[in-house]
Design a binder for this molecule. Structure first.
Ligand SMILES: Cc1ncc(COP(=O)(O)O)c(C=O)c1O
Length: 408
């Protein structure tokens, strides 16, 4: 592929999503390819944070729970996320972190089939999922079986209670066929919990169509909800009344302000709340999610595919020493592209030093998030060019880049 600067700029000019780039704060001199880890700051969030702090908290004080509808925020923002994942508005709620939501769903769902003793997951799944699964397994007296990706289907059986999978793999970007796997698990009598952290806001999702019953997802990645944004959880309406959260907090009570000693779960999805919603973080998440209200999700995915293809083709030509580990077929992957390189860490640091922010995933993967709302084709072409320059000059060998930071 011999692309001139004019050619990539022409693609950017013709991009139907181009206008969204101006809705984000993007620092000069930075090509941000880490929006799959921490999404960029929407400009609207600056205003909404100022409003929630100065006017709502500052002036309305505690009256804001009603006057500014703070109390409804977990459901309201949940309903907006539901729109993005093919769920009904009352099937999603915003609360806690992905880790905590996984724990709640695993324990609640496991109790529906106490005779089944296996919790099945994928080796190399995001580690918090496996850590939480090991704790949940102990509480629910399940055996946690962690098997290689290719052995998951064979691992399903009469003993399987729960199957816990991440829809798009955080490292390689591989994507499971949600409908197929959910159906296979269901045929075996098991329930599947999907982690949508690397899918929501990027990859087409239709949980209702695909028969998904349980899911969790992250607010701070493609949804641009801000660092540590609250997460969400999804429970299909058919299952909601049968599940009770193991974290029985007052916000999940049928009557939180009745101050009774006994716990009565709220009807519907609200029973999965535990404590008070973090309103500053919630407001930031809502601003991020609101951007999607106007976005054509099919156009978003079309652009993700095009950004990926451009990156893959340019990198294949210019940087043959990098081995792409993400599947090329769009339906088999998410919205990031990952490569193996023996010095992936140093290469990543050298790129960051030149303003190209991707990230490293141990032991040897460099990963680039493709966020169609604020990335353009020129960004991709420039990033690959800078990477080629670093490989040519051996710039990654600089001893500064070998020192590993605590957070990478
Ligand atoms: C697949 C996956 N699940 C969960 C998490 C973390 O979720 P939380 O920090 O909200 O517990 C991440 C974070 O990167 C992730 O990639």
């Amino acid at each position: 592929m011999n692309l001139t600067l004019e050619a990539v700029r022409a693609r950017d000019a013709a991009d139907p999503l181009r206008a969204y780039r101006d809705r984000f704060v993007l620092p000069d001199g930075v090509i941000y390819l880490d929006g799959n880890s921490l999404g960029a700051l929407p400009k609207a969030t600056i205003a909404s944070q100022a409003d929630v702090v100065a006017r709502q908290w500052g002036q309305s004080l505690i009256r804001s729970w009603n006057d500014h509808r703070w109390i409804e925020a977990p459901q309201r923002v949940g309903a907006k996320i539901a729109d993005l994942i093919g769920a009904r508005p009352d099937e999603v709620i915003v609360a806690d972190s992905v880790s905590v939501n996984l724990f709640k769903l695993m324990l609640a769902a496991a109790s529906l089939a106490p005779e089944r003793g296996q919790l099945l997951s994928e080796a190399g799944n995001f580690h918090t999922d496996l850590h939480i699964a090991s704790g949940a397994a102990e509480f629910a007296r399940l055996r946690l079986d962690v098997v290689e990706r290719g052995r998951i289907e064979a691992g399903l059986g009469a003993e399987t209670n729960l199957l816990l999978l991440t829809h798009v793999h955080y490292k390689t970007g591989e994507r499971f066929d949600m409908a197929r796997i959910t159906a296979l698990a269901s045929e075996a009598g098991a329930r599947t919990i999907w982690d949508l952290s690397h899918s929501v806001g990027a990859v087409p999702l239709d949980l209702g169509r695909d028969g998904a019953e349980l899911a969790v997802g992250c607010g701070y990645k493609y949804l641009n909800g801000g660092p540590g944004a609250p997460a969400f959880l999804y429970v299909a309406s058919s299952l909601q009344e049968r599940l009770v959260s193991p974290l029985r907090g007052w916000m999940g009570h049928a009557a939180p302000f009745a101050f009774t000693d006994d716990y009565v779960p709220a009807p519907g999805i609200a029973r999965f709340l535990a404590g008070t919603p973090p309103m500053l973080a919630m407001t930031a998440l809502e601003s991020g999610v609101d951007l999607f209200a106007e976005v054509d999700m099919a156009a978003l995915w079309t652009k993700s595919v095009a950004l990926f293809d451009l990156f893959a083709e340019l990198a294949m030509q210019a940087c043959p020493e990098l081995a792409c580990v993400s599947p090329r077929e769009p339906e088999r992957r998410g919205s990031h592209i990952s490569f193996r390189h023996p010095n992936a860490y140093e290469l990543c640091q050298a790129l960051i030093a030149q303003g190209v922010i991707g990230d490293f995933r141990a032991p040897d993967v460099i990963r680039f998030g493709l966020t169609p709302l604020y990335l353009g084709y020129e960004d991709i072409a420039r990033a690959v060019e800078i990477m080629r320059g670093i490989l040519d000059t051996g710039g990654w060998r600089d001893p500064r880049f070998a020192v590993r930071a605590k957070v990478t």
